[in-house]
Design a binder for this molecule. Structure first.
Ligand code: FES
Ligand SMILES: [Fe+2]
Length: 428
């Protein structure tokens, strides 16, 4: 039986992820992206990173392996992010102690009595893997789970694009937004009369019916969310399928939408601390190459420094009231920025107790309930779903993302089930 919590306890439990918190313990039981792989090339400087309220240093050792270790040298606490990457580890610049990727002190060269005992000195470390264009870490206890085989992991060259966005708010606001299909008609909306044909075609379907009907279905990794919009003039409906991936991921169509079946944009909202998170976004298409240069141009316009939006609360996100004649929000054309502004504008930690959820929030409400249940199950020592131990279950068979126009009477749930049986992510 799940413990009954009042509204404040629920909100606190869901949004606090520091060490020792219930949600923090749950998130730590899943592999989490830390940086994009190209940000840590061979020979690069160690990077200070803050993740789930823990300050760490990430480095790629000279043998290519990646370590995430405590930045405080075990000798006298000098910050190891200033250290030298050499001899298979990270060497402190003060007295030369050397730490391996597992946090173990392997050399203590200023010690006249140096002997084997230095191998007993160890600083905190978390295992990392470099897969699918991301560096992932596992910060939980016990045996490492497997990284699920998301479709984008083994992308052909030109079929994957990864960006990340620093975000000034609690991670859950990012996750909420990803299971909230009705905002697309507004926040990302355009005045379709005033934009070019390509954009008009892309957004028209979201604009015609602004109040999609939602259906939420449990999957092996989280939830599938179906949003149906009526296109009355064509006796059709537009179905968009998105997913929540336990505990802080999602997948829906993004920049690759117009390339048809076989695409997905997968996100993780990784807490930096309780009032900041990093949104990782992996745009992928199995069968068709992406317009990488075009996407990167959008990114570069919004992020002069990779990962850091130029629109911030300090400059009021450069919102342009003139532009609101053509775009709903006056915030340019990069969807992630729209999401970031809206979610940051909910405050550093959105207070669930003052919200008024309606039928279009059914997936948000369900996701929060399931997340709370997973946290409580994890606290009881149970293993939440979505954690993979058996290599045979490494592919989530029910993972599917698409947007399709159907006959107005079509059964959307059955249609999505049928698409999920087709191997749409085979590279074929
Ligand atoms: S403080 Fe790091 S080696 Fe002395
Ligand atoms: Fe959005």
């Amino acid at each position: 039986m799940a413990e009954i919590l009042d509204a404040e306890e629920r909100w606190r439990t869901l949004t606090r992820t520091g060490p020792g918190t219930p949600a923090g313990r749950l998130l730590r039981r899943f592999w989490q992206p830390v940086v994009v792989s190209h940000e840590l090339p061979p020979g690069s400087a160690p990077r200070p990173v803050r993740i789930m309220s823990e300050d760490m240093v990430l480095f790629r050792s000279d043998d290519g392996s990646v370590g995430l270790i405590d930045p405080r040298c075990a000798h006298r606490n000098v910050d190891l992010s200033y250290g030298r990457v050499e001899d298979g580890g990270l060497r402190c610049i003060y007295h030369g102690w050397l730490f391996g990727i597992d946090g173990r002190c392997v050399e203590r060269p200023n010690d006249p009595d140096d002997d084997e005992t230095c191998s007993n000195i160890r600083i905190k470390s978390y295992p990392c893997i470099d897969r699918g264009g991301l560096i992932w870490t596992y910060m939980g206890e016990g045996e490492l789970p497997l990284l699920p085989e998301f479709p984008f992991l083994d992308a052909a060259p030109g079929h994957r694009y990864i960006w990340r966005w620093f975000s000034n708010c609690n991670y859950l606001q990012g996750v909420d937004g990803d299971v909230d299909p009705s905002h697309t008609s507004f926040l990302h909306g355009l005045n379709v009369e005033k934009v070019d044909e390509e954009r008009r075609n892309r957004f028209n379907l979201h604009s015609v019916d602004k109040a999609p009907r939602l259906t939420v279905k449990e999957t092996s990794f989280g939830l599938r969310v179906l949003a149906e919009r009526m296109v009355s003039a064509e006796k059709a409906k537009y179905l968009r399928v998105s997913n929540w991936i336990l505990p802080n991921g999602s997948a829906a169509n993004g920049h690759e939408t117009y390339l048809g079946l076989g695409g997905c944009s997968t996100h993780w909202h990784v807490p930096i601390d309780d009032t900041h998170h990093m949104r990782f976004e992996i745009v992928y298409h199995a069968k068709k190459p992406l317009p990488i240069e075009a996407i990167d141009k959008i990114r570069a316009a919004e992020q002069p420094v990779f990962g850091q939006p130029r629109r911030t609360p300090e400059n009021r996100y450069r919102q342009n009231r003139e532009e609101m004649n053509t775009t709903f929000a006056g915030l340019g054309v990069a969807f992630p920025i729209h999401d970031i502004v809206a979610t940051e504008a909910q405050g550093p930690i959105n207070d669930h107790r003052t919200e008024h959820l309606i039928a279009s929030d059914v997936a948000v409400a369900r996701m929060r309930r399931e997340l709370l249940a997973a946290i409580q199950a994890s606290e009881r020592g149970e293993e939440p779903r979505g954690i993979i131990r058996d290599p045979a279950l490494r592919h989530f068979k029910d993972f599917v993302v698409f947007s399709e126009k159907l006959d107005e009477n079509a059964d959307a749930v059955a249609f999505a089930d049928e698409i999920a049986t087709q191997d749409i992510y085979s590279r074929g």
